[in-house]
Design a protein. Structure first.
Ligand code: HEC
Length: 262
C-alpha cells in the first residue's frame, strides 16, 4: 500500500476510530447519569399506619351506604377498589340522582400528597374536610332533592349502631361519634391506600426487562431539562444544553438491556 492509499484508508476509517475512542466513556457517563436519575424515582417506604383499628373502622364506613342521606350511596359507589379507587364513567350519579360535575378521582397514594389540597380543583384543604363535605353537602347528600336529609340523621344512624359504637370506642376513645370523627376514620383509611408495585418500580429497582425500550426512552425524554442541567457544566451556553438534551435519548437507547415486549 502506497502512502496515498494509507492516507485514504485512515481518512475513511477515521469516524470509526473517533467513535471507538469516544463512545465507551460517553456510554459509561450516560449509564451513571441514568442510575442517578433512576434513584430519584425509588418508591418512598410504605405508609406507617398510626392506628390500624382506626383504618379498619374507616374501611367499614367507606363501604357503608348508611353514611349517605338516602342510605343507598357508599363512598365505594364512585371509588371502586379494583379500578384504583375510581370509576370508568366520566361522571357518576350522586345521592340526589344527579350527575357529578366531574369524574371521580383515584384514591391511591393520597398519603404522599401530604396535607393536600384535594379534589380536581383543590377545593378541599384536607382529606377530613373532603369526607365531611362529601357526606354533609356533596355526593353522599340528598341536598338537591325535595326531601333532603340532615347530617345529624346520618350521625345518629352511626351512633345507634352498636357495632360502630364499640369500634369508635376502641379507635377514638372518649371521642363523640359525629361527622368529624367519621371523617377522621375515613381519612385514616384513605391514607393507608398504597399503590401496588408497578412495572416501572421493578425497572427502577434494577429489573431491565420490566419495561420496554420505548418506555425507557420516554422516561429520559420526560425529564430532558433535569438531565441537561445535571450534565452541563456551569457556564455552558443554552445551545449546549439543548444539544445535550436532544442527544440524551439516543445515548440511553445504547444502554445494554434485554428485549421486552410489554
Ligand atoms: C357520586 C360519586 C361519589 C361518591 C359517592 C363519593 N365520591 Fe369522592 N369523588 C367523586 C368525584 C366526582 C370527585 C372529584 C370531585 C372534584 O374535584 O370535582 C371525587 C374526589 C374525591 C377525593 C379527592 C381525591 C384527590 O386525589 O384529590 C377524595 C379523597 C374522595 N373523593 C373521597 C370520597 C369519600 C371519602 C367518599 C365518601 C364519604 C366519597 N369520595 C364519595 C365522586 C364521588
Amino acid at each position: 500500500m502506497g502512502i496515498r492509499e494509507r492516507i485514504i484508508a485512515v481518512a475513511i476509517t477515521l469516524p470509526l476510530w473517533v467513535l471507538l475512542l469516544t463512545a465507551p466513556p460517553t456510554l459509561v457517563a450516560a449509564q451513571g447519569e441514568m442510575a442517578r436519575m433512576k434513584s430519584d424515582y425509588r418508591r418512598p417506604p410504605p405508609s406507617t399506619v398510626d392506628s390500624q383499628v382506626l383504618v379498619d373502622l374507616g374501611r367499614d364506613l367507606f363501604f357503608d351506604p348508611q353514611i349517605s342521606a338516602s342510605g343507598k350511596t357508599a363512598c365505594a359507589s364512585c371509588h371502586f377498589p379494583e379500578l384504583g379507587w375510581t370509576v370508568t364513567d366520566a361522571r357518576s350519579r350522586n345521592d340526589s340522582g344527579k350527575l357529578t360535575s366531574r369524574k371521580s378521582q383515584p384514591l391511591i397514594g393520597l398519603r404522599h400528597a401530604g396535607k393536600g389540597p384535594f379534589g380536581w380543583d383543590g377545593r378541599n384543604p384536607s382529606l377530613e374536610a373532603q369526607a365531611k363535605s362529601s357526606i354533609a353537602t356533596g355526593s353522599m347528600s340528598m341536598r338537591d332533592t325535595a326531601t333532603p336529609v340532615k347530617v345529624e340523621v346520618i350521625e345518629e344512624r352511626v351512633r345507634s349502631n352498636a357495632a360502630y359504637a364499640a369500634k369508635f370506642e376502641v379507635a377514638l376513645p372518649g371521642t363523640p361519634i359525629n361527622i368529624d370523627s367519621v371523617a377522621r376514620a375515613l381519612a385514616a383509611f384513605e391514607r393507608a391506600l398504597e399503590p401496588g408495585p408497578a412495572a416501572f418500580d421493578r425497572w427502577i429497582e434494577g429489573d431491565e426487562s420490566a419495561i420496554s425500550e420505548q418506555a425507557k426512552r420516554g422516561f429520559v425524554l420526560s425529564t430532558p431539562k433535569r438531565l441537561a442541567l445535571s450534565a452541563t457544566p456551569a457556564g455552558d451556553s443554552p445551545t449546549t444544553v439543548s444539544m445535550i438534551s436532544a442527544r440524551r435519548p439516543r445515548i440511553a437507547v445504547a444502554e445494554p438491556s434485554s428485549r421486552t415486549t410489554h
